[in-house]
Design a protein around this ligand. Structure first.
Ligand code: FAD
Length: 495
């Protein structure tokens, strides 16, 4: 639906153009709320809703951050998210600067029955942090991270990026598991689970979450932990954005030497079978310090390659010993494994997947890295520079939790294979998507489920994917979000 069609009259359109932003910082004169103008928006079930200027002004008055409407100079920038394929036009963007702002925006959305998106870092592959004609509860300006060095806790605002968390923690000689691209948001990443280069040692990011502040659909600001509202705390550790907008994550941090043995070993794709067969045997014997998994990609200079990323979180001398058998496989064309700053590692993919790329992704949680999987990986390889696969290695501390200990159920898997395609030209959208689907389809029968956070088309399989946790998640959803206000996610319908 084109929200520009919603301006009922030319008078309304003129007023909307002249009054693009509503703030509560002494600039409310910008709002012509006394005018009999309104904007149209969309309800939770797709119906049309009229929002008068007075209503919007009331929200603006209640918030410290601005309410951004379509004609505001920051509207275009604020509606953009990472994946350039998603070009959505919300009716209004409530840019929150505090938990109280988030509560005001949620109350407004609920009271008016508005379609509601929660935006953290904006990395949602399927674009669920933005919506057409609804309200966006935008946390992207809430990025503060404070470190309690005594208790080794990282208090991280709900819109922070992983880079903000890494920077603040590393500066104090501390760390927790964070994903592989620093411009990913802590919000969506954590509520979905959180895989990263340290997860074999420290577990998923949710395993390091000791508490969180969350605004639920009733507008309440709650603190949840193992002691306080434990069901809700359980649900946000893997259940995604279904239960509210998390305004603060409190992470357990760990002492960390940021100089880690790490980097890539690269072989021509013709050696893929040899490398993968070795990996299938070797992987089960890895120490928790060692994180390594294959990627099949096109390198700008080396062409089609199989690569292994290596990160050893421990004494590099010990790491060299553990790595030696991998280094002896085949004839690598490059071996970039050196002792280097962890922060270099955590940012070195940032440019390759910069904002604006058009991208599609699917994934498969693999129980066991079998010979049949190796055969299929070799046979299904797509030699196209727009396509690639990489892996997140599980096991180790990830498997210290059982399937029902947190809402994230896939604890007994060895690996996650991520299939991704990326391109810039909109004319390639269909080809790009289909290539990813085809590659995934060739390997999907090896999977036990999928990781919600990296999935374009998961919604029809939500029940199966949450497995033993689905019924409990639905009960908790019914308690905290009975109207399914937060539905732009891998949606769990209230029981
Ligand atoms: P957004 O697009 O802002 O939000 C996505 C969804 O998360 C929203 O629709 C909402 O439902 C929910 N959400 C966001 N913020 C909050 C909040 N504060 N409270 C409650 N709900 C919220 N995942 C990994 O595990 N490991 C990786 O290494 C990894 N690498 C990635 C690299 C790239 C380039 C991309 C695009 C994704 C990667 N992901 C990875 C997946 C990533 O975890 C998800 O895309 C995640 O949803 C991104 O979070 P965000 O806050 O940036 O997303």
């Amino acid at each position: 639906m084109d929200r520009r069609k919603f301006c009922k009259t030319t008078v309304a359109a003129a007023i909307a153009a002249a009054t693009p932003v509503i703030t509560a910082c002494g600039e409310k004169a910008k709002v012509a709320a006394e005018a009999e103008a309104s904007i149209r928006a969309v309800s939770l079930n797709g119906g049309e809703i009229e929002l008068t200027k007075a209503m919007i002004r009331e929200l603006g008055d209640a918030m410290t951050g601005p309410v951004i409407l379509s004609e505001h100079p920051e509207y275009e920038g604020s509606r953009k998210i990472w994946n350039g394929m998603h070009d959505k036009h919300p009716a209004l963007i409530a840019r929150c600067l505090s938990s109280r702002d988030v509560a005001q925006a949620v109350n407004f959305a609920r009271d008016h029955g508005l379609l509601t998106a929660i935006r953290g870092g904006g990395h949602s592959w399927p674009g669920k942090s933005m919506c057409d004609d609804g309200i966006v509860v935008d946390l992207s300006h809430m990025t503060n991270v404070e470190i309690d060095t005594g208790n080794k806790i990282g208090m991280t605002a709900g819109g922070a990026l992983l880079g903000n968390l890494d920077d603040a923690a590393l500066a104090k000689g501390l760390v927790t598991t964070a994903g592989v691209v620093s411009h990913t948001g802590v919000g969506g990443y954590t509520t979905g689970g959180g895989f990263g280069r340290l997860n074999r040692k420290y577990g998923l990011t949710i395993d390091n979450l000791v508490g969180a502040e969350i605004v639920t659909a009733d507008g309440q600001i709650r603190y949840v932990s193992a002691e306080e509202e434990p069901d809700l705390f359980w649900a946000i550790r893997g259940g995604g954005g279904n239960f509210g907008a998390v305004t603060q994550f409190d992470f357990q941090l760990h002492d960390f030497d940021r100089n880690v043995l790490s980097g890539m070993i690269v072989w021509p794709i013709e050696q893929a079978r040899e490398v993968l067969e070795f990996y299938a045997d070797w992987q089960g014997s890895l120490s928790r310090e060692m994180y390594t998994g294959p990627a099949m990609i096109t390198h700008p200079e080396a062409g089609h390659v199989i690569a292994m990323e290596v990160v050893y979180n421990g004494d590099p001398t010990q790491g060299e010993k553990e790595l030696a058998p991998l280094r002896a496989i085949g004839k690598p064309i490059a071996d970039g494994v050196i002792v280097q700053d962890y922060k270099v590692l955590q940012t070195h993919e940032d440019g390759a997947v910069a904002h604006g790329i058009r991208s599609y992704a699917k994934n498969a949680m693999i129980g066991e890295f079998t010979q049949e999987l190796v055969d299929d990986m070799v046979d299904a390889y797509i030699a196209d520079p727009r396509a690639g696969i990489f892996t997140h290695t599980c096991g180790g501390a990830v498997a210290d939790y059982g399937a029902t200990d947190t809402a994230f159920p896939h604890r007994d898997t060895q690996t996650m294979i991520v299939f991704f395609t990326g391109w810039m030209d909109p004319a390639e959208d269909e080809v790009g998507k289909q290539m990813c689907r085809d590659w995934h389809a060739a390997l999907e029968h090896h999977s036990l489920g999928y990781y919600d956070n990296i999935e374009q088309e998961g919604d029809t399989r939500v029940a199966r994917n949450f497995g033993p946790n689905f019924a409990r998640l639905r009960e908790i959803k019914a308690q905290y979000d009975p109207g399914n206000q937060f539905r732009l996610n891998s949606n769990i319908e209230p029981a």
